[in-house]
Design a protein around this ligand. Sequence first.
Ligand code: GAR
Length: 197
Amino acid sequence: MKNIVILISGGGSNMAALVRVAERENWAKRYGTKIAAVMSNKADAKGLEFARSQGIAAEVLDHKTYPSREAFDAALAERISAYDTQEHPALVVLAGFMRILTPAFVDRFAGRLTNIHPSLLPAFTGLHTHLRAIEAGCKFAGATVHWVTAELDHGPILEQAVVPVLPDDTEATLAARVLTQEHLIYPRAIARLLQGS
Ligand code: GAR
């Protein structure tokens, strides 16, 4: 069995979409995969309740209780590695995990660490992607699923979705349109990876 560990910081709607598709498409039988744990750096992340309601282990590691970024990442890496099985290292799926990761963490999970970012990378790395797209006058926006590499919001692209930016869009309306697409492309990207592995 190959475990998937999903990292969140907030609402966890991408995580929930992954859980629902994994259930609907029976990833356990098809790919020998299980979404085994959801971890959050914030105790009040809404997504934790959903994970628990689905019988998925939900763990909190509060980054504020660690002396440094390195110490937090090392502790997180240890928790994740508890889900490696003898046959397979766990796949680590960042889903709205709002932390910059240390090179040591990224190296440790290289080739099995994915992220979703709410822009058409390589445009608009970092924060406030929707507002920046509107302010730049973009006619299209979107989301990207990519492998995580040491450089923030970079790395080989696995999936993208494009949405129009409408004349009266606000940050919130554009974010909602993009998020709907995120819920489709993240499960699709992960299913493709599982198919190939
Ligand atoms: C999503 O839009 C995701 O793309 C974004 O945070 C949101 C999390 O929503 N991630 C980033 O900005 C990472 N740089 P969710 O918690 O409901 O899945």
